[in-house]
Design a protein around this ligand. Structure first.
Ligand code: S5P
Length: 453
């Protein structure tokens, strides 16, 4: 069954199961959410899936295949193409005009029709479909399901005499993900509780106030950043991903009054010149009272990082209050950043990142006793004695064509307990940059206040 497991892990990357806290249609809170529709967007996976489903079945028994609309339609189509068993299509609603047919395609009464379903929960929608198919004079003996949520549906159908074939159960996939360290023991326990029919409770932890963080975090740069945030009522870090000195300085000047810090990628400035780029930037930062964060994402051995930090043309050590760094080189490698506050990359915002639960756990072990680390860049909650910086924030876009994924300020303060939002294109690409900075500042601050109250 190793290949089935490998197949699941490939499919999982498409985001078909999410873990967290979800309110179902019924109002019940669930620790996971399943949506198999993305499977149809990867032709290779869809083809493999249809073969796995066909392998489980006594194929000679079926004259027709029918998918339960809509999620199972592409699956049923792929199975039909692989097996040459003809497809029929069930409509969700009967046509209001013309034939008023519920089932489309060529079939004859008495034929045996295999039903395909993506997820079985209570079995209700399958029973409706079975009724409608049987009303057309067709027989249904077997149903094939990709994922059984184990909430009674399968048993209900079996009691009525149908053969239900399921490729995966939720317990099986949870076990696989646990072994792959994609789920923590706590998460697994909560999921099992839920599957055993218990009402699961999610710990309602409030976001910790900046005043409280000031007491808990001793790093001097963290203190300065938190004090700045409180003074300016801004938790906004503007990401200045622009490519000339003039654009950088103009941007800093315009957004300066509204931000707690400015984040740079200094190596993308084409006409970089220390005296013309950095010296005026330091002046603007001090005039408008914001910190400078160089997003260099260091990721080397300690000696090299130390050289990259202090030397070369950028001389980051001279001017950056904070720097970002991966923990990949181990804790010793993080020791060379002298007075700058280190912000470790714990989790990335881009699709397909390697920063899964296991990576994050190991990173935490590395940074936890490292006094220069003041916080993390992440897309999940972290412990209260570190600052959480969350990029991938945009009010009007869901992502870009290169894998970036966005959330709103409200989402990240409420659900991740973020301390600082990092916004790039949402601001520097706006027609009115100052207005955009103000909007993100206001929404960020309101979202913070809502999350602490
Ligand atoms: O996981 C990450 C980490 C960072 S620091 N995802 C990110 O997007 N970033 C940075 O945040 C990224 O390098 C860019 O400078 C900024 C996001 O830009 P935006 O235009 O997508 O808002």
């Amino acid at each position: 069954m190793e290949t089935k497991r490998a197949f699941f892990l490939e499919a999982y990357k498409l985001g078909i199961i999410k873990f967290g806290r979800f309110t179902l249609k019924s109002g019940i809170e669930s620790p996971f959410y399943v949506d198999l529709r993305p499977l149809a967007s990867d032709p290779k996976i869809l083809k493999h899936l249809s073969n796995y489903l066909l392998e489980m079945l006594p194929l000679d028994n079926f004259d027709l295949i029918c998918g339960v609309p809509y999620a199972a339609l592409p699956m049923a189509t792929a199975m039909s193409l692989e097996s040459y068993i003809p497809l029929i299509i069930k409509r969700k609603e009967a046509k209001a005009y013309g034939t008023k047919k519920l089932i489309e395609g060529i079939f004859q009464k008495g034929q045996n029709c295999l039903l395909v379903e993506d997820v079985i929960t209570s079995g209700k929608s399958l029973l409706e479909t079975i009724d409608e198919v049987e009303n057309e004079g067709l027989n249904v003996s077997d149903i094939v399901v990709v994922l059984d949520r184990q909430q009674g549906g399968r048993e209900k159908l079996q009691e009525k005499g149908y053969n239900v074939h399921t490729l995966f159960t939720i317990s099986e996939v949870v076990e696989i993900l646990k072994e792959e360290k994609q789920l923590t023991d706590d998460e697994v326990e909560r999921i099992n509780d839920f599957l055993n029919g218990n009402t699961v409770t999610f710990e309602e932890k409030k976001k910790v106030r900046y005043e409280e963080k000031l007491k808990n975090i001793d790093h001097p740069v963290a203190t300065k950043l938190l004090e700045t945030a409180l003074q300016k009522r801004s938790n906004l870090i503007a990401s200045a991903d622009v490519i000339t000195t003039q654009e950088l300085l103009d941007f800093a000047e315009v957004v300066g009054p509204h931000i707690a810090a400015l984040k740079t990628h200094i190596d993308i400035i084409s006409d970089f010149d220390y005296d013309k780029t950095i010296i005026p930037l330091i002046d603007i930062a001090s005039k408008h009272n914001f910190l400078l964060m160089e997003d260099r994402k260091f990721g080397d051995i300690g000696n090299t990082q130390e050289l990259q930090f202090s030397h070369g043309v950028y001389k980051i050590a001279n001017w950056a209050d904070m720097v970002t760094a991966h923990a990949i080189g181990g804790s010793k490698a993080l020791e060379g950043f002298h007075n700058a506050g280190i912000i470790t990359i714990l989790g990335m915002s881009s699709q397909g990142t390697l920063t899964d639960a296991h990576y994050r756990e190991e990173t935490m072990k590395i940074i936890i006793n490292e006094p220069n680390v003041m916080g993390c860049v992440a897309q999940n909650q972290i412990q209260d004695d570190l600052l959480l910086f969350t990029p991938g924030v945009n009010i009007s876009a869901e992502g870009d064509s290169k894998g970036q994924q966005y959330n709103t300020p409200e989402h990240v303060f409420k659900n991740l307990h973020t301390d600082f939002i990092i916004v790039g294109r949402g601001i520097y690409k706006a027609d009115d940059i100052e207005q955009a900075a103000l909007t993100y500042k206001t929404r960020g601050w309101q979202a913070y206040e809502a999350a602490i109250s």
